[in-house]
Design a protein. Structure first.
Length: 395
């Protein structure tokens, strides 16, 4: 089976949730001929050598820059702005050249950002891999937006995204989603038979528990900080939760890890007990030194690999209900869930002061990931999906 994947990012190094998901999908296609078209940011480091044996060919393009004119016109367009961010005619021509003559059986489009590349694609099977439901993420923004005008604008953005996204999904033969929750959201709006749940996966051999940290008072947040839900989560935690926690747990440290911190996030480092690392090559040493990982997200969809990664290393997680949406975890058994700032603070305090409870949640999280979200488990699911696709395409 010949497969063409079009992605807004290159999969290696696997330093973000989206890249890890794409890398797992590519590995699941072992034995098939895979070609990748992907983008990179200017000066972004990519590891092409890791593609050897994974893909037969790959083509990497610089991420296009949107003109001010395009941004200005967008409010008058039926299509959301994000659809234009990764459309480059050079990449589009490359995709057409690869598909010319019916040489591609399956086209895989990674995220809603790339759906323009699937238009009139001459392939037997078109697959959309939805890492997040963009309109659900936009709807979450309404819960934190203040002011009638701002809320009205956010509602209009969400409504346009929902209309565009559901129409786009209907044009694909299959749509991969991260969780049963995302599938349930879509089921009433698109053909439910086209929706396939493929969880995010963690390499449980690479991410294993380590000895308990010496200080026992370090709280860690992981995530790409240019991503709005992560930025909002960090600012919410620093403004609403951390001030309550400081007098309860003297000497605690809060470490914010991830690329692209905005100015307001970077400014948090001025507080003596807060560290903003920016991008790090390997998050394992930071997780090994953490007593608690927090995911105080108030918007978004999909499933958070940062939570699954922390669980894989046996680090207890405190999350909002939205933050752990899509993960089949149980409050008090393998995760701690709290939405109100005071409740969130209470859960962290107990984990930092009750060693037995901290170890219990850590063990439970590790067991959950190994049984449901390990790379081996998810690769088997994807393998069955591709076997069905191959039979359907006649390859």
């Amino acid at each position: 089976m010949n497969v063409l994947i079009v992605s807004p990012f290159f999969p290696f190094p696997e330093d973000s949730g989206s890249k890890i998901r794409l890398a797992s999908l590519i590995r699941s296609l072992n034995g098939h001929r895979v070609t990748l078209i992907a983008f990179r940011d200017k000066d972004e480091s990519i590891h092409e050598e890791e593609m050897n044996g994974a893909c037969a060919a790959w083509h990497v393009f610089d991420r296009p820059r949107l003109s001010r004119f395009r941004k200005w016109l967008n409010p008058f367009s039926p299509n959301p702005l994000l659809i234009h961010r990764f459309f480059a005619r050079s990449a589009w021509r490359q995709a057409r050249e690869i598909m010319r003559g019916g040489q591609v059986d399956v086209l895989v489009i990674e995220t809603l950002l790339m759906v323009r590349y699937a238009r009139k694609a001459p392939v037997a099977l078109r697959v959309l891999d939805e890492h997040n439901l963009e309109f659900v993420r936009a709807a979450g923004r309404l819960a934190v937006t203040k002011g009638r005008l701002a809320r009205t604008i956010d509602y209009l953005i969400m409504a346009r995204l929902r209309r565009f996204e559901t129409r786009a999904i209907r044009r694909f033969d299959r749509c991969l989603v991260c969780s049963q929750e995302d599938r349930d959201i879509l089921a009433g709006q698109v053909n439910g038979e086209s929706l396939v749940v493929v969880p995010n996966a963690v390499d449980t051999e690479r991410y294993q528990p380590r000895p308990a940290p010496a200080n026992g008072k370090k709280i860690v947040f992981l995530g790409t900080l240019s991503y709005e839900p992560n930025r909002d989560a960090v600012l919410f935690f620093s403004a609403e939760i951390l001030p309550q926690l400081r007098p309860r747990v003297p000497g605690l440290k809060f470490v914010i890890i991830g690329p692209g911190p905005s100015r307001d996030v970077a400014a948090l480092a001025r507080q003596g007990d807060v560290t903003v690392t920016g991008y790090v090559d390997d998050i394992r040493p930071f997780l090994a030194d953490a007593s608690v990982v927090v995911a105080p997200l108030r918007m978004g969809s999909g499933t958070r690999l940062k939570i699954l990664t922390a669980m894989a290393m046996g680090v207890p997680v405190v999350s909002t209900a939205i933050g752990c949406m899509g993960i089949q975890a149980t409050d008090g058994k393998d995760i701690c869930i709290a939405d109100a700032a005071e409740d969130f603070c209470d859960r962290i305090q107990r984990l930092l002061t009750d060693v037995q409870f901290r170890e219990q949640i850590g063990r439970g999280g590790r067991e959950l990931v190994v049984s449901r979200y390990s790379r081996d488990v998810v690769l088997r699911q994807l393998g069955e999906f591709w076997a069905q696709a191959a039979r359907g395409s006649g390859s």
